[in-house]
Design a protein around this ligand. Structure first.
Ligand code: C2E
Ligand code: MG
Ligand code: MG
Length: 403
């Protein structure tokens, strides 16, 4: 039992008995120092001046300052601590807190339901080491990349799209691909989006990456179509970009300069809490739709995407967030959300896409409900362009042999 060996731990919990129990468990798991706090306020105070805690085990419902607010403060302080949330709240709430913590850039190891068990705690703490080389997560304050380094990489065009197939649930045919940004760093190898997206967004520089992704994705999809593959490509668009009324023109120019027709491109947009400037966003989206781009609501169901925006933005596609899709076969509340999202998409005449499909059982639920498309590890992980083309070729051969 050495999962917590060498870790300075902090337990934030208002119930004395539970707090002491968790503290005892942490000691038995090898933590050399375990601090205790009754609520977020005390916890923050205990963090002033002292050596920072490596691991924070935190309750949600506490007097004075609750777990949510405490997590926000940790995020704003760029804390490098790993967080475990333990709570008796229902899974839908825990799910949203999980999303919220990630959105604040906090390193969340996971959520355990109360009562906390030694095994449950140990399993999550083991992930502390596994998730350690998050040095690449710039927002975590760990030795991430500076904005200058990221922008240098963008200007050197070191970023490239990896493509994850979107397939028809009815036929298994590949209909398109989502382009996901990867940084081919000259020293660090392939770097995932969490290490650069938030930083680019916060500094107002995300457009530089977006335009590069649009250009490379348009060129790739153009080549596929020239080979006779009837595919569309999806690119992620940050909502912050939409505050500038010129962005629709820049996007259109970039795509057309690559010799690509916007009708074969879908822009995926996630609504965030930061969406304050609604009017320019709507202007841009209307203009993009008018020019033929498809518009997709990404991460649908994650709280920030409101029903209202579905009716005011000319969306053509709805992507159900993976937090509901993964596990929907076993979890009745996820399944209810997935099924009603599909039904709503149908009534609003939007294509439905389930992302994060990981198992046959999930595939079956989606197929039975009449979801249009699936994306996820069950089908394929995001791949480099040549691997994606080979994947499509192999799929079409195996479908032909079935016909
Ligand atoms: P997203 O747009 O929701 O993309 C889906 C994410 O889920 C991708 O993570 C993908 O690799 C992952 N994923 C796909 N299938 C599965 C599955 O079956 N199970 C699990 N657990 N995960 C799956 P990735 O590539 O790390 O991207 C993360 C996020 O970063 C994206 O979420 C998107 O919001 C953002 N992002 C990526 N590329 C760009 C970009 O070029 N521009 C902008 N603005 N954001 C981007
Ligand atoms: Mg997306
Ligand atoms: Mg998504």
């Amino acid at each position: 039992m050495t999962a917590a060996k060498g870790l300075i731990a902090l337990v934030v919990e208002d119930d004395d008995f539970q707090r002491r129990t968790v503290a005892r468990m942490l000691r038995s798991l090898g933590a050399p120092e375990v601090r205790e706090a009754r609520d977020g306020k005390q916890a923050l105070a205990s963090m002033q001046g002292a050596a920072p805690a490596d691991l924070v085990v935190c309750d949600l419902d506490m007097p004075e300052m609750d777990g949510m607010e405490f997590i926000r403060h940790l995020g704003q302080a760029n804390s490098a601590a790993s967080i475990i949330i333990c709570s008796a709240q229902d899974s839908a709430l825990l799910n949203s807190v999980d999303k919220m913590a990630r959105a604040y850039g906090v390193r969340l190891l996971g959520v355990i339901e109360k009562p906390v068990t030694l095994q449950g705690l140990e399993d999550l703490i083991k992930m502390h080491e596994a998730s350690k080389p998050r040095p690449l997560n710039a927002s975590a304050g760990a030795p991430g990349f500076s904005l200058e380094e990221i922008l240098h990489g963008v200007r050197e065009k070191q970023f490239e799209p990896h493509f994850q197939p979107k397939v028809a649930l009815a036929t298994r045919k590949v209909l398109g691909a989502e382009a996901l940004a990867r940084w081919r760093h000259p020293q660090h190898g392939l770097v995932a989006p969490y290490a650069f997206i938030a930083q680019l967004e916060q500094s107002g520089k995300i457009d530089e990456l977006t335009l590069l992704m649009l250009e490379k994705s348009a060129l790739a999809c153009r080549a596929w179509r020239e080979r006779g593959m009837d595919l569309v490509v999806s690119v992620n668009l940050s909502l912050v970009s939409l505050a500038d009324t010129m962005v629709a023109d820049r996007i259109t120019d970039t795509v057309r300069s690559a010799g690509f027709d916007p009708r074969y491109m879908i822009l995926e947009i996630t609504e965030t809490a930061a969406m304050t400037e609604v009017a320019p966003a709507l202007e841009n989206l209307a203009r993009l739709r008018m020019r033929g781009f498809g518009l997709s609501v990404d991460d649908y169901g994650t709280g920030f995407s409101s029903l209202r925006q579905l009716t005011r933005v000319p969306f053509s596609e709805l992507k159900i967030d993976q937090s509901f899709v993964t596990g929907c076969a076993a979890n009745p509340s996820s399944r209810a959300i997935v099924e009603s999202s599909i039904e709503m998409a149908r009534r609003l005449e939007l294509k439905s896409v389930a992302e994060g499909v990981e198992t046959q059982a999930e595939w079956d639920v989606l197929q039975a409900t009449g979801c249009d498309m699936a994306q996820g590890y069950f089908i394929a992980k995001p791949m480099q362009e040549d691997a994606f083309v080979s994947f499509c070729d192999a799929q079409s051969r195996s479908r032909q042999s079935l016909d």
